[in-house]
Design a protein around this ligand. Structure first.
Ligand code: F6P
Length: 326
């Protein structure tokens, strides 16, 4: 049966570029003769049947905006097959026969379960600032988040250099170090701490002492939140450094500043390409797939690839971060 009426939702952590993806999906879908419905608040909206029809002009003026015009939620009920059945009944009663889910790992798991339960035509678009979805080289929002963090850290560095201080900057990434690693390289950080690689605090203390010995005016330590909080890293490190004459370490938590604001050109482009690919996939009769960026192309990949593992950081990039901190 051909899909004619598509619902779109955004779920989990918002990511800059989600609006651009919604816009692209809506416009391409309408151009291809589909009707489109925007579901509010992610899977909660599916369970509660809260959606409205989207027309071409409903997605005007959103490509440059962060957040998500459809709003988002983390909906634990969707992990329960009984609630997924409620959502399925609501969708089919509403005559909706295709679903586009824009989100990260948790949202993909929900989409995969929904597809497996009912063979409902679901296509996902990867969007998470963590960029940790397996099977795609890129997830919408990452570039903006990295750039947001870089511009904040460039400012912090001015003070770090002026006072010859040690700074610990905590960035997002609960389970993954992509943001920390890319930000660390791009800001010239001396140390990058990520959940994927164990790097003991004694070595960090040693790196600080070495950096000073080599004549560095400041020491910048980037820590992904998944390793430890910036303040606990700062406290433990200071204890180790006090015998060497250090009296303070400053800590900054970048937090949600990273996730908000206007998407970069790269995120707008990726979102537009992925939004279009998601609709084309449904038009071709594909289901249980995601739009994926692979080797400079936006293709489709089975959702299984995404839910069966987490994306690994590139060890060579980690090595590069260490080398460049000399
Ligand atoms: O998944 C994206 C992300 O920003 C993580 O980096 C972070 O740990 C988490 O979301 C925060 O989630 P919440 O918005 O629910 O606090």
């Amino acid at each position: 049966m051909k899909v004619r009426r598509i619902a779109i939702l955004t779920s989990g952590g918002d990511a800059p570029g989600m609006n651009a993806a919604i816009r692209a999906a809506v416009r391409v879908a309408i151009a291809e003769g589909f009707e489109v419905f925007g579901v509010l608040r992610g899977y909660r909206g599916l369970i509660e049947g809260t959606w409205r029809k989207l027309e071409l002009r409903d997605v005007s003026g959103v490509i440059e905006r962060g957040g998500t015009m459809l709003m988002t939620a983390r909906e634990p009920r969707f992990r329960d097959p009984d609630w997924r059945k409620v959502a399925y009944d609501k969708l089919t009663q509403g005559g909706i026969d295709g679903l586009i889910v824009i989100g990260g790992n948790g949202s993909f798991k929900g989409a995969y379960d929904f597809f497996t339960d009912f063979q409902f035509p679901v296509v996902c678009i990867p969007a998470t600032i963590d960029n940790d979805i397996s099977g795609t080289d890129y997830a919408i929002g990452f570039d903006t988040a990295v750039n947001n963090a870089i511009s904040a850290i460039d400012k912090i560095r001015d003070t770090a250099s002026a006072f010859e201080r040690v700074f610990v900057v905590e960035v997002m990434g609960r389970r993954s170090g992509f943001i920390a690693l890319h930000v660390g390289i791009a800001t010239g950080a001396e140390v990058v701490l990520i959940p994927e690689i164990d790097y003991p605090i004694e070595k960090v203390a040693n790196d600080v002492i070495e950096a000073k010995r080599k004549g560095k005016r400041h020491v910048l330590i980037i820590v992904a939140e998944g390793v430890a909080s910036g303040s606990s890293v700062g406290d433990i490190l200071l204890k180790r450094l006090e015998p060497h004459g250090y009296t303070d370490i400053r800590v900054t938590v970048l937090g949600y500043i990273q996730r908000g604001g206007n998407p970069t050109a790269f995120d707008r482009l990726m979102a537009s390409r992925m939004g279009a690919q998601a609709v084309h996939a449904l038009a071709r009769g594909e289901a249980g797939v995601m739009a994926a960026f692979v080797g400079q192309e936006v293709v489709t990949r089975k959702l299984e690839t995404a839910v069966s593992g987490t994306k690994k950081i590139e060890p060579a990039l980690y090595e590069l971060a260490r080398k460049l901190a000399m």
